[in-house]
Design a protein around this ligand. Structure first.
Ligand code: C2E
Ligand code: MG
Ligand code: MG
Ligand code: MG
Length: 288
């Protein structure tokens, strides 16, 4: 009875909540249509190796440019898609579209694709990766699957099984947002990651944050010792870059190098500004 009463209260006395629920239902319906009609887009953000400034890959980031709302943040709609189950269909589209783009790039560049917990739990991720590789002809070693710690929490055995199957295909695995979960280190021990993406929250303002500097450097050293490569997410300023120092094997992904760009911009996008390149070269050569 308490439950029924609560529901009446929502309907009767909180018009604002009612409006929010209605907006949410509309958003879900519009998102379902956008996924169905393949109206989503992918943008690509370059990842640059510090040592030589080479672009080693791009992260594919989904975009929804809704005619009423404009660009809706993926942080918002990916979460909704996750809750409604639409993520399975969306994730399959993202995987196919990302592989299809990447075959047109120089062979030395990989594509990183985010997968969400539901794709691990309920979807047949291995099959959809296989199909995307086959349909595009992309060499499996050029695909990186980015996994957040959220994927690993609830069913470690299943996660490990899926990850091993992906590795058997020749696909690489990255742990995304590294350091934000509660057992990052344990995950490095249990799961076969090839790559760590250090979360942006450790990088923002790192030049004035001694603790962050120590944690980031320890993470880099740990990864090196384990034979895992490191991507540093969210580098926005030269100050942050300077705080990372001259480490030629580090890979940068951040607005300092480039924002995510639309697919049309990727082929001609072989580098960033001369000023940026010089600053990175200075870092690596121990200059500044
Ligand atoms: P993520 O996978 O950690 O992706 C990195 C996010 O950081 C992207 O946001 C990117 O635009 C942003 N970023 C990169 N460099 C900088 C920087 O220097 N400064 C700042 N402030 N931000 C930077 P975006 O595209 O809004 O995506 C947010 C999140 O949504 C992603 O975080 C990922 O968790 C999720 N997402 C995006 N695309 C997909 C997708 O295709 N599938 C799934 N499952 N999730 C996705
Ligand atoms: Mg990611
Ligand atoms: Mg991330
Ligand atoms: Mg993130």
């Amino acid at each position: 009875h308490a439950k029924g009463q609560g529901r009446n209260q929502v309907r009767g006395f909180d018009p604002q909540l009612g409006r929010m629920l209605q907006e949410r239902r509309l958003l879900e319906a519009d998102l379902a249509m956008a996924i169905e009609d393949e109206l989503l887009e992918l943008h690509f953000q370059p990842q640059v190796r510090l040592g030589d400034g080479a672009i080693v890959g791009y992260e594919a980031l989904v975009r929804w440019n809704d005619e009423k709302r404009g660009y809706v943040s993926p942080a918002e709609f990916v979460q909704i898609a996750e809750e409604t189950g639409q993520i399975l269909k969306m994730g399959e589209w993202v995987m196919r579209a990302a592989c299809r783009e990447a075959v047109n790039w120089p062979e030395s560049r990989r594509v990183s694709v985010n997968v969400s917990p539901a794709q691990f739990r309920r979807g047949n991720l291995v099959l959809s990766v296989q199909q995307a590789l086959r349909a595009s002809g992309l060499e499996p070693g050029r695909l990186v699957v980015e996994i957040t710690e959220g994927v690993l929490i609830d069913d470690e055995d299943r996660a490990l099984q899926v990850m091993r199957a992906l590795k058997d295909l020749g696909v690489r695995l990255a742990i995304d947002d590294f350091g934000t979960g509660y057992s990052s280190l344990a995950y490095l021990r249990t799961f076969p990651f090839d790559k760590i993406k250090i979360d942006r929250s450790f990088i923002t303002g790192i030049e004035d944050d001694r603790e962050a500097q120590i944690i980031v450097q320890a993470t880099i050293d740990l990864a090196r010792a384990l034979g895992i490569s490191v991507v540093v997410e969210g580098v926005e300023t030269f100050g942050e870059l300077a705080a990372l120092g001259c480490q030629p094997d580090l890979v940068l992904q951040g607005f300092l190098v480039s924002r995510p760009v639309s697919r049309g911009h990727v082929p001609g996008f072989d580098s960033f500004s001369a000023e940026q390149r010089q600053a990175i070269a200075d870092q690596v050569n121990g200059g500044s």
